[in-house]
Design a protein. Structure first.
Length: 351
């Protein structure tokens, strides 16, 4: 199995590359432009493996994408490259439209040209998995869950650009027959998560005894999934998902942001008791504009149709994650130092 992964130097992409290269033994070409969010240090476990290759390229570069398909001859594409941070999309939407919309369009076109030239049986077996977010569905009230039938209603420039890319991917399946599957996942957390996102920001600020900023009153609810569970889900969906279908991915782990922050403080109290009273560092700050109240995923279709289940609960996953950050200063310290001068995202959503 030969797989192109885009965005494989990012948070979820690197977990997916590690899973495909090390656990599945697939041949993987990782295409990543190495923006601020891309980090090859997340891939030291696969570096030097004969079934792993890296190409530094922008998915908006049509010639580079066409060349990569021709050279690597993939059986499958798993498209994760994106601008992914909601706060950055509010202050600089252009990069989000460029990468998430134009980049996805460019990749779909390159894939279509390559796929059209494949003979049978490879053309029927080819798959293009477009990886997206539950944020395309907008905000939920206190009740209900996002299903695959929930209408799109994005709130932020990030989620609007991802919604656009989902529509492009589905249209390429309906119009041109490109074998596309789409996945929409809830908030991820786990090792190798860039320090601007909710969970790592909280862990690292707490360790440095810096304020733990929480948007509004911390009442916003997110549905958390351990990143390695997501990586396994993506492999299953790419392998056996119905063409033209959408699969929601989630761990049934709804938590208010304030409860997530409190839980991290409590885990740190257990693991680093010397430096305690972490909850005293919490500071409530002015809410993000357009901040969605609640996201929650119904993953029944993925569970029943494809037999996937999350292995981690929020409790087990968050303990692993905090322990990982305590043990892996070599990974996060350079990032934290490099971005210290920049306004890092405040706490609200993971994206
Ligand atoms: P990330 O920001 O950590 O990583 C994105 C990667 O894409 C980086 O390595 C970056 O260098 C690369 N990239 C950005 N622009 C590029 C371009 N023009 N060309 C090539 N590479 C480029 O993001 P993530 O959190 O790992 O998310 C991966 C995907 O999963 C995204 O599509 C995101 O929308 C989706 N998603 C994320 C979450 C989440 O909670 N993080 C949840 C659901 C879906």
């Amino acid at each position: 199995m030969r797989v192109i992964v885009t965005g494989g130097a990012g948070f979820i992409g690197s977990a997916l590359v590690r899973h495909l290269v090390l656990d599945k033994g697939y041949d993987v070409l990782n295409i990543d432009a190495l923006t601020y969010a891309g980090n090859l240090a997340s891939l030291t476990a696969v570096e030097g493996k004969s079934n792993y290759r890296f190409l530094k390229a922008d998915i908006c570069d049509r010639a580079a994408m066409t060349g990569a398909f021709a050279d690597f001859q993939p059986d499958r594409v798993m498209h994760l490259a994106a601008e992914s941070h909601v706060d950055r999309s509010i202050t600089g939407a252009a990069d989000f439209v460029q990468t998430n919309v134009i980049g996805t369009f460019t990749l779909l076109e390159a894939a279509r040209g390559y796929w059209a030239g494949l003979g049978e049986p490879r053309s029927s077996a080819f798959r293009f998995l477009h990886v997206s977010t539950d944020e395309v569905y907008g905000s939920l009230g206190a009740e209900g869950l996002f299903t695959e039938e929930t209408p799109y209603d994005p709130s932020s420039p990030y989620s609007a650009s991802k919604a656009s890319s989902d529509h492009l991917a589905k249209a390429w399946q309906r119009t041109y027959g490109l074998p596309v599957v789409v996945s929409n996942c809830s908030n991820n957390y786990g090792p190798f998560h860039f320090p601007e996102k909710l969970i790592p920001l909280t862990i690292l600020n707490a360790l440095h005894r810096e304020p733990l900023p929480v948007y509004g009153k911390g009442e916003n609810v997110r549905d958390w999934l351990f990143v390695e569970d997501h990586a396994r889900a993506l492999d299953v969906i790419a392998e056996r998902g119905r063409l033209g279908g959408t699969y929601n991915v989630g761990g049934r782990n709804e938590r208010r942001n304030i409860d997530v922050v409190n839980r991290i403080c409590d885990v740190l109290e257990e693991l680093r008791p010397a430096n305690s009273h972490y909850r005293d560092l919490i500071e409530f700050v002015t809410d993000r504009p357009g901040h969605d109240a609640r996201y929650a995923i119904d993953a029944t279709k993925l569970e029943q149709e494809l037999g996937w289940r999350a292995e981690e609960t929020f409790e087990t996953g968050i303990e692993k994650t905090v322990a990982w950050y305590l043990d892996n200063e070599w990974w996060w310290k350079p990032l934290r130092n490099a971005y210290k001068g920049e306004r890092l995202g405040l706490i609200g959503g993971s994206s």
